[in-house]
Design a protein around this ligand. Structure first.
Ligand SMILES: [Zn+2]
Length: 356
């Protein structure tokens, strides 16, 4: 499957935007998307849609959905993470009153091979892999979640997760009474080297769990540890200043990189390749990698994701930005784009689906 190159350069207004700054980013969206934003907003006042987001783990689905929600408003759009829904249900069944309410919903709405108790056990005993939860049961939990939020456009993240669920998602809009609304798949192609760089450089505050990245997304406070010759972040969240120096750490397994999750990444890739052959349902294909030699035909300089380079002089750490060149899965030298540019690509394609 060839993912198309998105020509963002053709939408240039001649200005340069700082895509790491939320205010500038919103200006950027308006510059690149123009009246498409108002048109989609008006459409969403009386209609909705369902987008199934598919990408490999760590490809940033949640970030893109959240940024899109920022453009159109949380009253018109919702990001539904299947993982979050499952975690919420798990917490809920610890509370007797809430558990009884859930059970009464399930008795009215659930149909499947396993009993409600067996299904709840599967949920409680799930491993990292949500696949062990029966699809019929998962669909019912999602239906409940969606029925509680009022009608909105939905970005569903985490369904489908296996071949069974691909078929189920083709009919999911009927199940949740979105029958007359468009539904489509968003497939995001991300080379492994990008995922690996995100994983190995990810750092997390042990107190507030905020996640940053050494290469791409720094804390305000950057320090250097002479002993280990390592750059580290101190949390810039005011809530964490009470802990003295809240030093960011690597989550377990992160430093070893993506081979620890290789099986999962291969399964994700295979599923996406099957979804890309689906007939009768629109697909939005988002590309992450732009070969260095042709990138400037499609992208403006400020849309290319740089990497951060640190220089420690005693206690003082300075930071500069450099072009980040990586190899895509076929070994070609590439650049990638900021999250905001994925969103411009996605909304442009979404507009085409809704208005032709
Ligand atoms: Zn913190």
């Amino acid at each position: 499957m060839d993912y198309p190159f998105f020509n963002s350069k053709a939408l240039s207004d001649g200005n340069v935007y700082d895509l790491t700054d939320p205010v500038d980013r919103l200006k950027y969206f308006h510059a690149k998307l123009g009246n498409k934003i108002e048109q989609i907003k008006t459409y969403l006042d009386t209609n909705s849609f369902i987008a199934y987001m598919m990408a490999k783990k760590l490809a940033g689905k949640g970030t893109y959905a959240k940024m899109t929600e920022d453009i159109f408003g949380a009253n018109r759009m919702a990001h539904i993470s299947v993982g979050d829904v499952i975690r919420r249900v798990h917490m809920l069944i610890e509370d007797p009153t809430a558990a009884a309410e859930l059970r009464s919903y399930l008795e009215k709405n659930y149909r499947g091979f396993l009993s409600i108790d067996e299904s709840l056990d599967a949920l409680k005993n799930r491993t990292q892999d949500k696949i062990s939860i029966p699809t019929e049961f998962l669909l019912c939990l999602l239906k409940r979640e969606i029925s509680m939020m009022g009608k909105k456009a939905l970005f569903i993240d985490g369904l489908p997760r296996n071949m069974d669920q691909i078929s189920a998602s083709l009919y999911f809009r009927d199940l949740i009474n979105y029958r007359d609304d468009p539904d489509f798949f968003i497939l995001i192609d991300t080379p492994n080297e990008i995922l690996n760089a995100r994983m190995t450089n990810r750092r997390v505050c042990p107190y507030c769990q905020t996640s940053k990245n050494l290469l791409f997304n720094p804390s305000q406070f950057i320090k250097y540890d002479k002993l280990s010759d390592e750059i580290y972040f101190v949390c810039d969240n005011t809530l964490c200043s009470g802990y003295g120096v809240a030093k960011y750490v690597s989550k377990e397994g992160d430093r070893e990189g993506i081979h620890s999750i290789e099986e999962r990444l291969n399964a994700d890739a295979e599923l996406m390749s099957v979804a890309s052959t689906l007939q009768g349902v629109p697909k939005i294909l988002l590309r992450s990698a732009y070969p260095v030699k042709i990138a400037e035909d499609y992208l403006e300089d400020y849309e290319i994701q740089p990497k951060l380079v640190y220089n420690a002089d005693g206690d003082k750490v300075t930071m500069t930005k450099e072009n980040w060149v990586f190899k895509d899965d076929s070994g070609q030298e590439c650049y990638t784009i900021y999250a905001a540019t994925y969103v411009v690509n996605m909304v442009t394609s979404l507009h085409k689906i809704l208005f032709g």
